[in-house]
Design a protein around this ligand. Structure first.
Ligand code: ZN
Length: 295
């Protein structure tokens, strides 16, 4: 009935938790959408990425990019070539460029692409699988991309072939085993048609280690962690406002934007909650640093 598991080849799938939308491989516990309905060309022209670029969250997005950069700036050397797959509005590349790093991005969405090239960074407006390079890279980053691709094994293998030996792949993706995913189940806002695969630390580790990488670091993180909405923070330590949030605000994104107005008022409180969330490993995303090994 279902395709073979892309990680372990098993064809035994079961319902994930009691989800109506997700199934899991009974052998390796990879999770995916029961039904893929997104068409191959979907991302080229969709406008929702356009709205992201003009909204008042751009400062939060800049802080978020800087936070990611701090996690990997020790592995990016001055003479490195860096590729950012799914670079969106190009904020990460802009940051790299300001640090004199040779970098290029790939972004299929035309609105994100147009926004990105205004900052005079190199971006190719296409899907990653269509792009050919005549040189290799030292570091390849893919933030919130692997959950969107039709075949994450092919994706990781193609990246592997573009890296120098000892080059690095950095991946960030939602964590299907995070606290809020377990609590909110099918209402977790990361579960959507665009997200085909849902990784845990274990399944992402297996995917990488089976396809030419050694996982050197596995961190958890959140979007703009120090400044995320306080209601989000409280939800992560088990104090629930879920129902109110669902009726008042249509999306998770709205909540974050709203709460940003109060940033200065609750600075210390936010900081304390931030450390509690870290202590209990309640963050939403997995952040992996993997190194290419000799074939
Ligand atoms: Zn499997």
């Amino acid at each position: 009935m279902y395709d073979k598991c892309i990680i372990c080849n098993s064809n035994k799938w079961g319902v994930f938790r009691d989800s109506k939308r997700l199934i899991t491989c009974n052998n390796c516990s990879l999770v995916k959408l029961r039904k893929f309905i997104i068409k191959q060309d979907y991302y080229r022209n969709i406008k929702k990425y356009k709205d992201i670029l003009i909204d008042n969250k751009i400062d939060a997005r800049r802080r978020n990019v800087l936070d990611r950069y701090k996690l990997i700036n020790n592995i990016i050397k001055n003479n490195n070539k860096v590729l950012d797959i799914g670079c969106n509005e190009g904020l990460f590349l802009t940051l790299l460029k300001s640090n004199n790093i040779d970098c290029i991005g790939i972004e299929p969405n035309k609105y994100a692409y147009k926004f990105a090239i205004k900052n005079e960074i190199n971006v190719i407006n296409d899907y990653f699988e269509n792009v050919k390079f005549n040189h290799k890279f030292n570091v390849i980053t893919a933030f919130h991309v692997i959950e969107h691709v039709n075949n994450p094994v092919d994706f990781v293998s193609q990246i592997n072939s573009l890296l120098n030996t000892d080059g690095y792949l950095i991946i960030e993706t939602p964590n299907i085993n995070c606290y809020r995913s377990k609590k909110k189940k099918d209402y977790w806002e990361m579960i959507k048609d665009e997200h085909l695969y849902y990784f845990s630390s274990k399944t992402l580790f297996n995917l990488l280690e089976n396809n030419g990488f050694i996982v050197e670091k596995l961190n958890l993180r959140d979007f703009d962690a120090l400044y995320q909405g306080m209601r989000n923070q409280l939800a992560k330590i088990g104090i629930k406002f879920y129902k109110k949030i669902q009726t008042k605000d249509k999306s998770y994104d709205n909540i974050e934007t709203k709460d940003h107005n109060n940033i200065n008022h609750f600075k210390l409180m936010r900081l304390i909650l931030y450390y509690i969330i870290k202590l209990f490993k309640r963050e939403d995303y997995i952040f992996v640093i993997a190194r290419k090994i000799n074939a």
